[in-house]
Design a binder for this molecule. Sequence first.
Ligand code: CP
Length: 308
Amino acid sequence: MHLIGLRDMAAADIRAILDDAERFLDDRGEVTTPPDEKQRLQGKTLALLFMEPSTRTRVSFEIAARRLGGSTVTVGAEGSSLVKGESAADTCRTLAAMGVDGFVVRHHDRQLPHVLVDRLDTPIINAGNGSGEHPTQGLLDALTLRRNFGLKGDLSGLKVAIMGDIVHSRVARSDAHAFAALGAEVRLVGPRRLLPSEDRLEDWPATVSNSRKEALKWADAVVVLRIQQERMHGQLVDPHQYALDWGIDTTVVDRYLKPETVILHPGPVIRGVELSDPVVDSDRSLILKQVTHGVAVRQAVLCRYVGS
Ligand code: CP
């Protein structure tokens, strides 16, 4: 079994993973591992193949694997035979021949997870394929919303704005599919050039807006995204102008957000651009809760895809 994306995942499966993840959080909402899961990955080795930078995803998969009694090996772009020209698929086949039991893969190539699924029997977990998907981020964001709003099963009735650089964002795609599958209303909001074009909108279970004011007044939760300059070939976005037009500072919060509206961000946050310092650190910000939930979700995912 592989975890490549949420686009085609049934709501019941998403809900089941979130329910499993709840078992990895204690009464205070901190990460735990029930005694009967502590050896779940005993004798198993997970390869973390990260060809793009990562802090949260890579480290939380590593922590999750270790909490379940498994071990990890990390292979990066530097220091492996990838720099000599070996393909990522051949690197994975080589590691599988050494007895690796599962792969967590981040790579700029959107097709790579599909290639790996075709060429390996070992479970593949997509940790971000270019601007494709980031399924564990979608799951942990859904879990964060569900817990914040005290919802047991799904996200019915919740209005979620995903704001910023939508077109380059794998998080936006996985979030939109997870939230919509669970019954939330999803609205993509940002400058026109960073929104999906009209002919791509059928890929998105969401409405679109380019009014910050309208979207922020409407939303119960706002997922704010980083501007991904590294994926913009050509015209970059001016961070100062973006902060003025699309950033959220305390003035914007006071003017537009409802008292109960919360702010999420997958990280890394560029403080002073998409969110001001006081907003990142405010009670509305669920950013560190998302990180905590990431370890719980990844324990649940590893149990399901590697430990069974
Ligand atoms: N949210 C996320 O994927 O963060 P990292 O790039 O640090 O893993």
